[in-house]
Ligand binder design. Structure first.
Ligand code: ATP
Length: 253
């Protein structure tokens, strides 16, 4: 398989995330080929929030792994957003905290500057973690541990934030709270973000752009842009938009 996966050098200034995957094939357990991705190409504008949504097994996590540089064996090319720092933060389903470090230490260790006192105060406060600073990961519920994972991701001051189903396995009340907190911290520190989800309602609530994928081997089924300013997205807007999008992309809900 030819490999054109070298990132295109940034042209300067804030740039979009540009993803062009022209094919990704795995070797299956039986030695045969598993074609995961046929052709996926999309962009995420600087400091906007995009969501990747599609049927189970269609290649969403594979796409994120390629973007994160964890899987260089694909055909295509990437252009990562560049703001001079070139840092990527990832939030996975498992919070992946250091168990022997407190909440505060887990976040502080991710910070690019040692002198990050105000930064850490702001992050912990937005995410409602002030009281949790000295707790250890084993003392946290999954919802709280995911908050710490979000705080750590934003602490990196990333040029690109990648999230793989960060609200899965939470009760609805906790997931709703966490989505609100994510939007609060993202609004305070906007960064180019790409999230994978199975939840169309969540995608409508959070995104500027929703990218729909087909069944495996995946292609782009459609791209839906949500241009209404966030401040105007009330529950009526959410329900109407959800219904329009669900009609257009039937089978996603
Ligand atoms: N390391 C691997 N070896 C072989 N096949 C793989 C490997 N990783 C993924 N696959 C296959 O590639 C396809 C895409 O997998 P991927 O995990 O990206 O899907 P997904 O859309 O994230 O799925 P889900 O929504 O269920 O999380 C699946 O058929 C999967 O079985």
């Amino acid at each position: 398989m030819s490999n054109l996966s070298k990132p295109i050098p940034p042209a300067g200034g804030p740039s979009a995330l540009e993803v062009e995957i022209r094919g990704k094939t795995f070797r299956g357990a039986d030695g045969g080929d598993v074609r995961a991705i046929e052709e996926i190409a999309f962009q995420v504008a600087p400091a906007s929030f995009a969501t990747l949504i599609g049927p189970s097994g269609c290649g969403k996590t594979t796409t994120l792994r390629i973007i994160l540089g964890l899987d260089p064996d694909f055909d295509g090319r990437l252009r990562l957003p560049d703001d001079g720092a070139g840092r990527i933060a990832a939030v996975f389903q498992e919070p992946r905290l250091l168990p022997w470090r407190s909440v505060e230490e887990n976040v502080r260790l991710a910070m690019p500057d040692a002198d990050a006192g105000r930064d850490i105060d702001q992050l912990l406060s937005i995410l409602g973690l002030d009281e949790m600073r000295s707790r250890y990961p084993s003392e946290l519920s999954l919802g709280l541990a995911r908050r710490v994972a979000l705080a750590r991701a934003f602490a990196i001051r990333p040029s690109l934030l990648v999230l793989d189903e960060p609200f899965v396995s939470l009760d609805e009340q906790t997931a709703t709270r966490l989505r609100t907190l994510l939007m609060e911290v993202w609004s305070a520190r906007p960064t180019t973000a790409l999230m994978v989800t199975h939840n169309l309602r969540e995608a409508v609530q959070l995104s500027d752009r929703i990218i729909f994928l087909t069944e495996r081997p995946s292609r782009i089924r459609g791209v839906h842009d949500l241009t209404t300013p966030r401040a105007e997205r009330d529950s009526r807007w959410r329900e109407a938009t959800l219904s329009t999008v669900a009609k257009r992309y039937s089978g996603v809900l």
